[in-house]
Design a protein around this ligand. Structure first.
Ligand code: SF4
Ligand code: SF4
Length: 136
């Protein structure tokens, strides 16, 4: 993979994009199923469903935008990790001795170990060699 696909926190933007593409496909399939039963008209006739459907639409619209990646303005615009690493002129947080408390929430969300694996891989092999090892 390209090394600039690593976000400052160690997440792999290419992998995230692939997961989002999968979600998008499933949303499209669900929307087609809704069209078949004319859900737009059904919810107009049933008030409590109208509200829920509008929430669903707003939520799923979020996934229709293409994320440009963490280094190109994607991700959380208020991310303190990106701000901190950028200020220290670090390419990733692997340049710090250990992951700081700014990671507390992020590690709960990404509980599959991707961040820790990538950060320790970058520390061990160096950014270029570790990036080469990863396919996506
Ligand atoms: S915005 Fe922050 S948490 Fe999100 S990928 Fe970038 S560095 Fe990681
Ligand atoms: S203190 Fe280090 S580990 Fe924490 S956000 Fe800043 S660069 Fe990353």
């Amino acid at each position: 993979m390209q090394k600039d696909q690593f976000a400052y926190c160690g997440l792999n933007c290419a992998r995230c994009r692939a997961n989002f593409a999968d979600i998008k496909d499933k949303i499209n399939a669900l929307n087609i199923a809704f069209e078949k039963v004319n859900m737009k008209e059904i919810v107009k006739a049933i008030p409590f469903m109208r509200f829920k459907y509008s929430g669903y639409k707003k939520f799923t619209t979020f996934f229709s935008a293409e994320c440009p990646g963490c280094r190109n303005g994607g991700g959380n615009p208020f991310c303190s990790i990106r701000k901190c690493a950028h200020k220290k002129s670090f390419f990733t947080c692997a340049e710090c001795d250990k992951l700081c408390s700014k990671f507390n929430t992020l590690l709960k969300i990404h509980d599959d170990g991707e961040i820790q694996t990538n950060i320790s891989g970058i520390k061990q092999d160096g950014l270029d060699s570790y990036a080469e090892k990863l396919k996506v």
